[in-house]
Design a protein around this ligand. Structure first.
Ligand code: DGY
Length: 321
C-alpha cells in the first residue's frame, strides 16, 4: 500500500522526527532553511499532509493553486500565517498545538517583565562591555514588580497562566481585557478583574499581550493606546508582532512616553524596527516563547497525534477553523 506523503517545513526535535518517519513517507527539511513561497506551493502540490510552522506563509495566493494537501497540521498554536477561510473553502483541514506551550510562554512573559523592570538586558550588556565599576546606590535602578498592577489583554490559556504567576507569585493585582468574562471562581483564584481596555491602560504598571493576531487585534496597541498608558508602564508582547504598532512603540520608548518594553515577537520577523535596536529600555528576544526542549517535543507529539488521527479517519484532536 502506498504511504501518505508528508512534507515538514522545518527541523523538529530529532526524537519526534524519528517517530514521524515511521508513520508515512516524509520529506524532511534537513538544512532547516525557511521555505519561500515557491517551496510552499511545491509542497502543497505534492504532499497529502503539510506540517508547517509560523515561518511559512500559507495565504490565499498559494492555496489558490488548488493544492493536493488535505491536512495542514501546524507545529505551533498561532495560525495567523494560514488563511483559514481559504483552506476551509478547499476542504483542507487545519490543526494546531494548543495547551502544550501555555506554561512555557507564560514563563517567558514573566521573564520579560522581570528583565524589563529590573533592566536585566541593559545590565548584562553593561557587564560584558567591561564598563561596570562596582556597586553604587544610584546605579541602574529599575522598578519593582512585586505588588504592582498587571493588565492582561487576551485572557485565554496563556493570559490566565500569566495571571496565575503574577498573582500567586508576585502578589500583583490583575486587570484583564478579553471578549469573554471568566467564570467568577477563576477570576477569584487569579485575583483578576475584567475592565474596559481604556481603564486597563490607565491603571496598569505592566501591560502584557496574550490575544491572537486577527484583523480585530492588529495594532490593538497603537500610538493612541501607548499614549493612554502610564509614563512608568512597561509593555510585554509574547503574542504576535502585529498586535503592536512597532514604529509607534519605538517612538514612545525613545521619547520616554512609556518606561520600557519586553518583546519576543515582531511585526516582520526576523526583521525588527531599526529604531528599537538602539534603545536600552527594550528587551528583545528571538521568538522564544515555546523554546524549551520539553515543550518543543510536546508540540511535535501533538502534531503527530493530529496526523495519526487524520490518517486513521478519526476526528482531529486539535482542529482549527
Ligand atoms: C506558536 O506556537 O504560535 C509560537 O508562537 C511559535 O511556535
Amino acid at each position: 500500500m502506498m504511504r501518505a506523503r508528508i512534507v515538514v517545513t522545518r527541523r523538529w526535535p530529532a526524537d519526534v522526527e524519528a517517530r514521524l518517519a515511521t508513520m508515512a513517507d516524509v520529506a524532511f527539511n534537513r538544512d532547516d532553511r525557511p521555505f519561500d513561497a515557491d517551496q510552499v506551493t511545491a509542497a502543497l502540490a505534492t504532499a497529502y499532509i503539510l506540517l508547517p510552522t509560523v515561518t511559512d506563509r500559507i495565504g490565499a495566493a498559494v492555496l489558490g493553486t488548488r493544492p493536493r494537501t488535505r491536512l495542514i497540521a501546524n507545529f505551533g498554536v498561532g495560525v495567523n500565517h494560514i488563511d483559514l477561510a481559504a483552506a476551509k473553502a478547499l476542504g483542507i483541514a487545519v490543526s494546531n498545538t494548543p495547551g502544550v506551550l501555555t506554561d512555557c510562554t507564560a514563563d517567558l512573559a514573566m521573564t520579560l517583565m522581570l528583565m524589563a523592570a529590573r533592566r536585566a538586558g541593559e545590565g548584562e550588556r553593561h557587564v560584558r562591555s567591561g564598563a561596570w565599576v562596582g556597586w553604587r546606590p544610584t546605579h541602574m535602578v529599575g522598578s519593582r514588580v512585586t505588588g504592582k498592577t498587571l493588565g492582561i489583554i487576551g485572557m485565554g490559556r496563556i493570559g490566565q497562566a500569566v495571571a496565575r504567576r503574577a498573582h500567586a507569585g508576585f502578589g500583583m493585582t490583575v486587570l484583564y481585557h478579553s471578549r469573554q468574562r471568566l467564570d467568577g471562581a477563576i477570576e477569584a483564584a487569579l485575583g483578576a478583574t475584567k475592565v474596559p481596555l481604556a481603564n486597563l491602560l490607565a491603571r496598569s504598571d505592566f501591560v502584557s499581550l496574550h490575544c491572537p493576531s486577527t484583523p480585530e487585534t492588529r495594532h490593538i496597541i497603537d500610538a493612541a493606546r501607548l499614549a493612554a498608558m502610564r509614563p512608568t508602564a512597561i509593555l510585554i508582547n509574547t503574542a504576535r508582532g502585529d498586535v503592536v504598532d512597532e514604529a509607534a512603540l519605538a517612538s514612545a520608548l525613545g521619547e520616554g512616553r512609556i518606561a520600557a518594553a519586553g518583546l519576543d515577537v515582531y511585526e516582520r520577523e526576523p526583521a525588527i524596527e531599526a529604531a528599537l535596536m538602539g534603545l536600552e529600555n527594550v528587551v528583545l528576544l528571538p521568538h522564544l516563547g515555546s523554546a524549551t526542549a520539553e515543550t518543543r517535543t510536546a508540540m511535535g507529539d501533538c502534531v503527530l497525534d493530529n496526523v495519526a488521527a487524520f490518517l486513521a479517519g478519526r476526528p482531529l484532536p486539535n482542529p482549527v477553523g
